[in-house]
Design a protein around this ligand. Sequence first.
Ligand code: ADP
Length: 535
Amino acid sequence: MALDDSQRKTMLAAIIDSSEDAIISKDLNGIITSWNKSAERIFGYREEEVIGEHISILIPPDRLGEEDMIISNLRAGRRIDHFETIRHTKSGRQLQVSLTVSPIRDANGNVVGASKIARDITSQKEAEELIRKYVKQLEVLNDTGKTIGAHLDVDTILQKVTDATTRLSGAAFGAFFYNTTDANGEAYMLYALSGAPKEAFEKFGMPRNTDVFKITFSGDGSFRSDDITKDPRYGKNAPHKGMPKGHLPVVSYLAVPVISQSGVVIGGLFFGHPQPAMFKEEHEQLVIGISAQAAMALDNARLYQEIQALNARKDEFIGFASHELKTPLTTIAGYLQLAETTPQRANDFLPRISKQVTRLTAIISDLLDISKIQAGKMELNFAKTSLHALIKENVETVRQLSGRAIEYVLPHEDVAVVIDGQKMGQVLINVLTNATKYSDAGARIIISAVRMGDEIQITVQDEGVGIPPQHLDKIFTQFYRVTKPGKSSTEGLGLGLYISREITEAHGGRIWADSEEGKGTTVHIHFPIEIIRKK
Ligand code: ADP
């Protein structure tokens, strides 16, 4: 059925009105001549408001020049396709639009106006922007992951992580703080800073152990606040009651703990912004993601550092060991030579040779112990043993070897302990020998033992050189020796206390030292009368 003219017009009008896009026509002077339903919906003007108005009511002032360009293209009979620009609505809201403008010709083919299809692409543009943002974030994430994974150096890792998270969260500044407080247990240790010079913080001292920081360092998950100054936990601590005067302004606040695989809170990443509500869920999630990567990288870096330190000590140990093994051998060789040249005095040398053999045997037995401990093969033979006998026998051994007097204080009543007597004896010999080695010949050495409930507590006290506090824990690790610069070091491999700790712990006990430099050292050995062993 052929349509007549008026039917065709009605149908065309219906099609135009049902379009999703704004369809507008205008004459060559830019005066609007038609306006469909979607134009009404998109731009907010009703048809009767705009017909006869100039198209420039839709154009932001800084883009008015575009209309001249469009009109001159139309006059030349050229169509404009998908021109992306900005227009505004009646209420002044800006819209991203894509314009297609085609010339309208009269029956003679002259251009008399233009039809304009405007598509609102605001949400499409927003989506594109969002994707761009995510791609950028992914790039930073990927980049950060790669860099921190490739580094075994803690400083580099922490700086990269702080920089990346500060960037991704849009923070004005960010910092990584170690979960270690200073000697007063107050201020946390600043490690890396991004977006602000270190001096900006240092003059105020480090963040203190306040309720706000506690959330992060106790590993209670991340904490985000639109305005930290309004948080009930904020500003409770003297002397500043909040941020000190002149502190970089923090309103928006985000803090994420960095937790190692073993569950220890290594530290925290902290972000600030002077404006409120700057950090969103997505920022928090990103930082959480990176902080997990950072924790792994830090774990690796720590292991690597430990291995390096151990390696260095092993190298040093090889030097010590060769020296230690060689000294008694050289002495023995010397005496043997003397014995050969003066056979009548050979008997005089025997005790000296024998002493060196004892020393060699002790060194070799330490080395064997170490390899057993490291292979997890240290065997203990538990048996009922007299505490009195244990102490007296081993004191006697050390007395004979060192020629030093050793005082002892024992419980009145002997105690039967279930231990590996030979191994525990070795602990006493090691600790007593150290007391003789690291003190002057005339100084007192006292060993005392008491029973406290089900525990035996032994202390070995000397009046020797003492141990600087920073070494106190370390002397119980393998190959560790406190070397005093300038002093010829006493013989030793740095194994005795390590072996002693292994043995004591295998008995369910503990060993540690107190010391005062120049005054003396006390080594404490505590162990149960009978260890409850797992079958
Ligand atoms: P070493 O064979 O070197 O003595 P140890 O493991 O027995 O090895 O001791 C480790 C280090 O601890 C020693 O090198 C020494 O510096 C220090 N040390 C141990 N006992 C004492 C002590 N009683 N007084 C001072 N320093 C000590």
